[in-house]
Design a protein around this ligand. Sequence first.
Ligand SMILES: C[S@@+](CC[C@H](N)C(=O)[O-])C[C@H]1O[C@@H](n2cnc3c(N)ncnc32)[C@H](O)[C@@H]1O
Length: 239
Amino acid sequence: MFASIAPTYDLLNTLLSLGFDASWRQKAVELTAPNPEARVLDLCAGTAELALTFAKRLGQKGYVVASDFCWEMIELARPKLKKTIPPLKKGGGGDFTSSITCPVVLLQADALHLPFPDNTFDVASVAFGIRNVSSLNQCLKEMVRALRPGGKVVILEFSLPQGPIFGRLYNFYLNKLLPWVGNFIAPGRLKAYSYLPASVGQFVRPEELKREMESCGLIEVQSHPLTLGIVTVYVGRRP
Ligand SMILES: C[S@@+](CC[C@H](N)C(=O)[O-])C[C@H]1O[C@@H](n2cnc3c(N)ncnc32)[C@H](O)[C@@H]1O
């Protein structure tokens, strides 16, 4: 399913989120507050948008691994890397002020069976991916296992806004309008774009996700609703 929507994924993401998606990822990075030398693992990375947002915050001694089990998705990140890493100027230097200086590695891997030893990363992140994995518990345990003590798990995921008026409006948008727009831009993908509202509706509520994070060994777990609760950022720390 993800391979089939890969070519239009970024465009539809921006359209369907009305351009908010970049600011949500930015907020997730800010709430994580990684130090410039952090080693970051971004799971279910898709086209590596969150991975690149992290990379912009790190210095040359940090690095980011963007991993996804769908090759068609992760491959779309390759041209982005070429664009964001500045060419070195003759005689050294380059305009690094708004660009990426840390290494970014793209990897095809299953979030439920990470190919890394224990205690490898300072941050393990996942944006709009954790509701898709077949075992939430196993994915969280893998993230915690791959973290060094003191490292952080950060999750950005859709949630359902509360309140009678906005809640209903959003419900209509999510269940009726969004699959239709998705199918209009990427014809023949109605099933994939109907999966999105279904998976958001079936996913655990924020309080339950926080409990699950704690039961997997994380402490100081906090949730931060964004844009009236359409999405929530969760941050927890490995003791
Ligand atoms: C909705 S996309 C999110 C992409 C990206 N993180 C973003 O913020 O736009 C979900 C991604 O999760 C990936 N995914 C789902 N289950 C996975 C698993 N078990 N292991 C690795 N990737 C997985 C899919 O291939 C897809 O690229």
